[in-house]
Design a protein around this ligand. Structure first.
Ligand SMILES: C[S@@+](CC[C@H](N)C(=O)[O-])C[C@H]1O[C@@H](n2cnc3c(N)ncnc32)[C@H](O)[C@@H]1O
Length: 202
């Protein structure tokens, strides 16, 4: 079973910052890795489900012309809205994947510490949503914790292995260390181009 929204409501009822996202070098550095790994300097329209209090969203907002952020938990949505209130191009909504499908298309989807909460059926539904929503040549960035989390339906490594097996995506960035794996996939076709190719260096 996917972990339901009530599970996350309970977590947020006990703590303001359940995963230490707001304070601490580990998460701050991981966000820097995420932003550095994005192959394009700018994106037209990005989608970030599971945004929590918007710590990563704030960094993504600086790279996108429009950003849609979702979280199912009221407390998280309120915190993200407060943080991003001055950013008119960012919309924060209370919603969960794959129960709801985002409107329109995107050239960037970011899933950070999210997909291991979904069971196999929900992951399959979610990947299909992302495949449909990503424009050709668009990017999917996924980053997940690799250490043990027995209460999750699936391990982080398995999420990334599953993603690698999908023919609609070609991996263009891979970063792995003891704690997390970070990958960027390009929606194909067309064939993916490297950053050097896209920026005219070769
Ligand atoms: C570990 S936090 C990650 C936050 C942020 N993505 C980051 O990496 O800093 C996971 C967030 O995903 C949200 N979440 C859980 N299940 C979800 C679902 N099915 N759809 C969207 N968000 C979900 C939780 O409420 C929580 O805020």
């Amino acid at each position: 079973m996917s972990l339901p929204a009530e599970h996350f409501d309970d977590i947020y009822a006990r703590e303001d910052d359940p995963w230490g996202i707001e304070h601490g070098w580990y998460e701050e550095r991981k966000r820097a890795c995420v932003l550095a790994a994005l192959p394009r300097e700018r994106y037209a329209r990005a989608f970030e489900p599971g945004c929590a209090g918007g710590a990563l969203s704030a960094g993504l907002a600086g790279r996108c012309d429009a950003l849609v952020c979702w979280d199912p938990v009221t407390r998280a949505v309120e915190a993200a809205r407060a943080r991003l209130a001055e950013q008119g191009h960012v919309r924060v909504e209370q919603a969960a994947v794959p129960a709801r499908t985002p409107d329109g298309t995107f050239d960037l989807v970011v899933v950070s510490e999210l997909v291991y909460y979904l069971d196999a059926d929900d992951r399959e539904a979610f990947w299909r949503v992302v495949e449909d929503a990503l424009r050709p040549g668009g990017h999917l960035l996924a980053v997940h914790w690799l250490r043990e989390a027995p209460e999750y339906p699936v391990e982080g490594a398995a999420v990334h292995d599953e993603l690698a097996s999908r023919s609609a995506f070609a991996r263009t960035v891979r970063h792995e260390e003891a704690d997390f794996r970070l990958e960027v996939y390009t929606r194909v076709p067309p064939a993916p181009r490297s950053v050097a190719e896209e920026t005219g260096l070769r």
